[in-house]
Design a protein around this ligand. Sequence first.
Ligand code: S0N
Length: 274
Amino acid sequence: MESKYNWTTLKEYKEILFQFYNGIAKISINRPQVHNAFTPRTVMEMSEAMELARQNPDVGAVILTGEGGKAFCSGGDQSVRGHGGYVGEDTVPRLNVLDLQMQIRRIPKPVIAMVAGWAIGGGHVLHVVCDLTVAAENARFGQTGPKVGSFDGGFGASYLARIVGQKKAREIWFLCDQYDAQEALQMGLVNKVVPLEQLEEATVAWCEKMLERSPLALRMLKASFNAELDGQAGIQQLAGDATLLYYLSDEAKEGKNAFLEKRKPDFTQYPKFP
Ligand code: S0N
């Protein structure tokens, strides 16, 4: 489908597109012939692009999507599934999509899944771990693990259950049924459903709205939502952001300056808030 936006390529890849427009990075799986199933290489490319988006100060929001209009992602490419993982060109089996899931949760910028067509298996989990999901009316959601001999007991199970509830999450995994966009909306699995031809516009509009918001507030909120679920790792993320904010203060700078000037720090002027 033609885009009305002037996306520029940030870096050329073999199995994904990595583009930029107006503060938004778009990472798009480009294997429509297999409904955007991912290989280890696809995931490595997405991982690198996600890190580049994180480090790029011009990027304030990330869209994760799939090319072709018929699939967001159909999970791990079963044709390269080997003994112990998905086998890449180097013949090593990997389950590297788990690292990508962590990256999506860790990047201190909102990540929106833009879902047209199938979001299935490991592809479904990818949209689940995104901060928000905008779905086209043709979107179809589901897990296939127990049908094809796999499962994701990490975020794919526990975080899904936090979103849709324990009973529904067990139904989704145990039955391997597929759910349309309206059903997904009803169970809180997606945030918004729009006609396919409006999908990109609606997603970009939400990104642009978030780009008008305070980036530090969005960062702190994302870390706070994660902290509630992620235990010590979540607290570490939130605490790291607290340190970032503290470093911005004159009080913290006094400590550093005193060290460099080889003098005793004077913290007396800083308030002891009630
Ligand atoms: C998506 C489905 C339902 C669409 O059906 P439809 O419309 O009838 O299309 P098809 O004719 O089936 O598909 C069109 C072409 O695309 C190929 N294809 C589709 N999906 C895949 C896939 N996942 N791998 C390889 N090829 C795929 C079809 O073969 C067909 O090709 P041609 O035209 O040549 O015949 C339907 O396609 C479907 O059910 N697909 C399979 C969905 C699935 O089971 N995915 C895998 C689920 N498992 C995972 O994702 C593993 C999770 C995982 O990755 C993981 C979990 C925990 C810990 C680690 C990991 C990890 O691996 O890292």
